[in-house]
Every structure is written in structure tokens, then in C-alpha cells.
Write a protein that binds this ligand. Structure first.
Ligand SMILES: [Zn+2]
Length: 275
């Protein structure tokens, strides 16, 4: 059984061989890697999301363990709320680093969870699916999630765009949302080396419509990055990547090594009941 629904008619999709088929016979073939493209046909996904080069840089950086403390915290947090049969969705899963880790931890503790990951970038879900982790990956937007209403027990959002309305819709009653955000000192030393006037990250109000704020966990540690290529990869994962000028880029290219803070917050919310 699949939690995915048909992007054409909204009916449930069933897996048949290497395809997902709805009751109206709309068919979506899995890619060789195993993900399925559930983007509306007028949205090829090619103009959205991260490109292959960035995705590869990101994977390499993450695989070196620089964000492992955050990943471990996410896994523990999910473990607190999941049980046998839980349906977990990673909304905006990227190349699947956190998705796969959460699934692996559940497998190790012999909790049978049904794990789903969606991302608007086909390249990202293709890379994610190649991990062969038993996660169901689809190319889809977090603003139009192709899963049934009130079907998920836990939703993860790891630095992905936020769509409260959709996240509320797909979560079951009392469903849990786990969200990672950069905290105020995240990458402060990196920013100090690049910008003349660096700014701290803005810490937002915890309140979110449709959710009850439950818990916040701070994850702070020092990262020692001994290679310029890793510093560049890290930088490409940040929002600053898109608004950096020539001088800043040059400073970045000249950084041989870096010691910088990682400063995250992991927030937990519960979906509030509708009146
Ligand atoms: Zn259909």
C-alpha cells in the first residue's frame, strides 16, 4: 500500500510492479532508481530546486558528518514519537540524508515505519532513491503534497520551504511536526570572514498557525573544516549562496580552513484540533 495519491485526480495510488497506478488508471512509472515523479505535468521540475552539482556538494559535505549531531537529534526526536506502523514524511527531503538516517534508526530498533520523502528536485529524489533505504521517494512540491489528507503521523521539515496549510492537511489528528531551523549564531565565523558587516540569524517567533508548540532543543557545536572544498559546499547550502558578490566569493575561495559554530534549533509541534 502507498500513501501517495494521484496528482491528476487525487485518488489513491497503488504500486503495481514498477509503477504507481490510481483507480482511474493514471499511471506513473518509477525511475530506475525507484523514485516516482508526481509533479503535475505542467511542472517538469527542471527549473526548480537544486542542481546536480550543488546536490553532489551537499551530499559530500553531509556524508563527512559535519551535521551528524543535528541528524542524531532528529533521529532521537522522531524515535520519541514514532511507533510500529507510523507514517513519516520528510517534506523537502533533498538528497535524503536525514530521511535515510531516520529510516535506518527505526529499522535498527525494529520499529516498522513507513517512510516517505518528497522534493521538487527530480535530481535530488533520484540521488535519495539510489540510497536503497526502503524509503518511498517522489518528486513533488511541499505546496501540493501528493499524500492523503490526515495520513501522516510525523512530518519532518529540514530547512525546506514552509507550507503550514499543507503540513496541517497531511498530518493526522495530534500529528507531530519536527522542524529544524538555523539559530542566531549558526555559521557566525564563516559569515564574519566573508562579509564586512555580518548579521546574526533572526530567530523567529515559535508560534505557527494550526500547530501547538511543544518543545525546542538547541544543538550547538563547533565544526572544524580543514578543506576549502568543504567550506564551499557548506556555503552552497546556505541562503547566502544566492546573494553573494564577487569580493565575498573571492574571500570564500581563499579560505583554506575554518572553525565555525553550528547552531541549530529543533522544534517540535503538535497539530491542533480544528474547532
Ligand atoms: Zn488518477
Amino acid at each position: 500500500m502507498s500513501m501517495f495519491i494521484c496528482p491528476v485526480c487525487g485518488e489513491k495510488l497503488e504500486i503495481s510492479g514498477k509503477s504507481y497506478i490510481c483507480t482511474k488508471r493514471h499511471t506513473f512509472d518509477m525511475a530506475k532508481s525507484g523514485y516516482v515523479n508526481l509533479l503535475p505535468t505542467n511542472n517538469s521540475g527542471s527549473v526548480h530546486g537544486d542542481n546536480k552539482l550543488m546536490l553532489r556538494a551537499r551530499r559530500e559535505f553531509l556524508e563527512k558528518g559535519y551535521y551528524k549531531p543535528l541528524c542524531d537529534a532528529v533521529c532521537s526526536s522522531v524515535a520519541k514519537y514514532c511507533h510500529n506502523g507510523s507514517i513519516i514524511l520528510d517534506a523537502g527531503c533533498g538528497e535524503g540524508y536525514y530521511t535515510t538516517a531516520v529510516k535506518a534508526i527505526s529499522d535498527q530498533s525494529e520499529i516498522a515505519v513507513d517512510m516517505y520523502g518528497i522534493d521538487i528536485s527530480k535530481d535530488a529524489v533520484d540521488m535519495a532513491a539510489k540510497r536503497k533505504s526502503g524509503v518511498n521517494f517522489a518528486a513533488a512540491s511541499v505546496f501540493h503534497i501528493p499524500v492523503m489528507t490526515e495520513s501522516c503521523d510525523i512530518l519532518l521539515t529540514m530547512f525546506a520551504p514552509y507550507c503550514g496549510e499543507e503540513y496541517c492537511r497531511v498530518l493526522k489528528k495530534d500529528g507531530i511536526m519536527i522542524m529544524a531551523i538555523p539559530s542566531e549564531n549558526h555559521l557566525w565565523e564563516l559569515k564574519s570572514k566573508i562579509y564586512d558587516t555580518p548579521y546574526k540569524n533572526e530567530v523567529k517567533n515559535y508560534q505557527l498557525e494550526g500547530f501547538e508548540f511543544m518543545d525546542s532543543e538547541k544543538i550547538r557545536y563547533t565544526m572544524e573544516i580543514p578543506e576549502n572544498s568543504d567550506i564551499l559546499s557548506l556555503f552552497s547550502m546556505t541562503p547566502y549562496y544566492y546573494k553573494t558578490g564577487k569580493i565575498e566569493q573571492q574571500r570564500l575561495n581563499e579560505l583554506k580552513s575554518l572553525v565555525t559554530q553550528a547552531d541549530f534549533e529543533l522544534l517540535t509541534y503538535k497539530k491542533t484540533a480544528k474547532d
